[in-house]
Design a protein around this ligand. Structure first.
Ligand code: DUC
Ligand code: ZN
Ligand code: ZN
Length: 451
């Protein structure tokens, strides 16, 4: 064996037990009450620690082109930060260019990512153009191990209702999973114009131009179409109470509707947009009111929210400042890739949810939903993507301790109870007590299979 982790308490989504773990060639090969070293292997004493499967962040925007800039973390910085927060796989969005074959979209982004990724990665294809037979790219991507796709109901690269419906029908034919960014585009555009014309230009009006019902109505509509076409649907970054209710109702009726939320929607309320640094919190959908936040936590406890992911998409302060006099010019997105697993585990440590639930939301469920079969569990045969977590270590987030390229974080000052002390990616130590010790280019493309 190459590595033995001894005396830790393993926590999976459905189990918790004391065991030693043996790793050979990047895979877990043995889990037993006691594994005796033969000599030559690295032995780690995890007494008093939890031993967890690495998190899978199913929603990131690394090196995302955005007008005249791009998101602050490229594939190296973003995956470095992921490793340091216990995330060992990231799913990034590969956005199709007009006229581009979707398999070429994947190749284009993989060429950027492969030489730089510090942890394993995969892609969802963001579909923008299904004209001239390009819709067949959905089936072609499924065949190369990229079976998940996203459509945006907003933004100038978003799709019309008709295109969304066609994408769902194609997904049914080829066995793909469609994810949706659900907000009502017409309402967002109308409300944005209205507030700006009234001279209401601050970040608070970002929230008011995309309030609860703007998202809830779109969630409801997207779910209706998934029901009509009989395909599973994954709602990304669910942030509002009405949407939660629509998801719960659809699940209760037996439909395969999945919901993801993000730590920013669980921690903050829309009041952040009244703060001096409110523009740093501008993301879409915006953070909603306290009722929505509570509905999200309740849905997590009930099991109606399946995953937590980050929507990691930070921009530098000077770029956020472009919207000082016009909220619509603030680049959308916040940091989170290094904070998600520590945040959810800290919630478990404080008794808001169980550790098993945190593992389910951040690792086991995304692995299952997206067909990432080698990840998501501490089990023989799985990749040795392992986090050693010290439940007794207190940690206060400050940007200088983060490993992103961004010059600020919305998580500044957050106090966490418990923190990851080591992260292993396929058996290789990539994070050790505050320091990144991995390497650029270590990460591999994970090919997924849903059925
Ligand atoms: N929302 C964001 O806040 N950033 C990136 C894309 C998105 O939908
Ligand atoms: Zn989105
Ligand atoms: Zn996103």
């Amino acid at each position: 064996m190459d590595l033995i982790i001894k005396h830790g308490t393993v926590v999976n989504a459905l189990s918790r037990f004391k065991a030693d773990i043996g790793v050979t060639d990047g895979r877990i090969v043995c889990i037993a009450e006691s594994i005796e070293p033969c000599g030559g292997e690295q032995v780690v004493d995890a007494e008093g620690m939890l031993v967890l499967p690495g998190a899978i962040d199913a929603h990131t925007h690394l090196a995302l082109p955005c007008g005249e800039t791009s998101s602050a973390d490229d594939y190296f910085a973003g995956t470095r930060a992921a490793a340091c927060g216990g995330t060992t796989t990231v799913f990034d969005f590969a956005q199709q260019d007009p006229n581009e074959k979707m398999t070429d979209t994947v190749k284009r982004r993989d060429a950027l990512c492969a030489p730089n990724a510090a942890v394993d990665y995969s892609f969802h294809v963001a579909v923008t153009d299904v004209s001239k037979g390009l819709i067949d790219g959905i089936g072609e991507c499924v065949e190369i191990g990229i079976p998940s796709f996203k459509v945006y109901m907003v933004y100038d690269f978003g799709v019309s209702d008709g295109v969304f419906f066609r994408v769902l029908e194609k997904a049914k034919e080829v066995g793909a999973l469609i994810a949706v960014h659900a907000e009502n585009s017409e309402l967002v555009n109308m409300l944005t114009r209205k507030y700006l014309s009234e001279g209401k230009t601050g970040p608070w009006y970002h929230y008011l131009s995309r309030p609860e019902f703007v998202e809830g109505e779109a969630d409801f509509r997207a779910i209706q179409w998934a029901k009509a076409t009989g395909v599973p649907l994954y709602i990304v970054h669910l942030a509002n109470r009405q949407g939660v209710e629509a998801v719960t109702a659809a699940k209760d009726e037996g439909y395969e509707i999945y919901a993801e939320t993000c730590p920013q929607y669980l921690e903050f309320t829309c009041d952040v947009y009244k703060r001096e640094d409110g523009r740093n919190f501008v993301c879409s959908p915006p953070i909603k009111g306290a009722e929505s936040r509570e509905a999200l936590w309740e849905a997590i406890r009930r099991g109606d929210i399946d995953t937590v992911a980050t929507d990691h998409c930070p921009f530098q302060s000077y770029e956020k400042d472009w919207g000082r006099d016009d909220f619509s010019r603030i680049p959308n997105g916040c940091a989170g890739i290094e904070n998600m697993y520590p945040y959810m585990l800290s919630a478990a440590n404080e008794g808001r949810i169980t550790f098993e639930k945190a593992v389910a939301l951040c690792s086991a469920n995304p692995a299952k939903i997206f067909g990432c079969r080698s990840k998501g569990e501490i089990a023989v045969g799985r990749d040795a993507d392992i986090v050693i977590y010290d439940p007794a270590k207190d940690f206060t987030v400050t940007n200088d301790k983060m490993h992103s390229n961004c010059d600020h974080t919305i998580w500044e000052g957050l106090k966490l109870h418990g923190y990851p002390v080591q992260t292993y990616s396929r058996g290789r130590l990539v994070y050790d007590n505050g320091s990144f010790v991995g390497e650029r280019g270590w990460g591999r493309l994970v090919r997924c299979r849903l059925h």
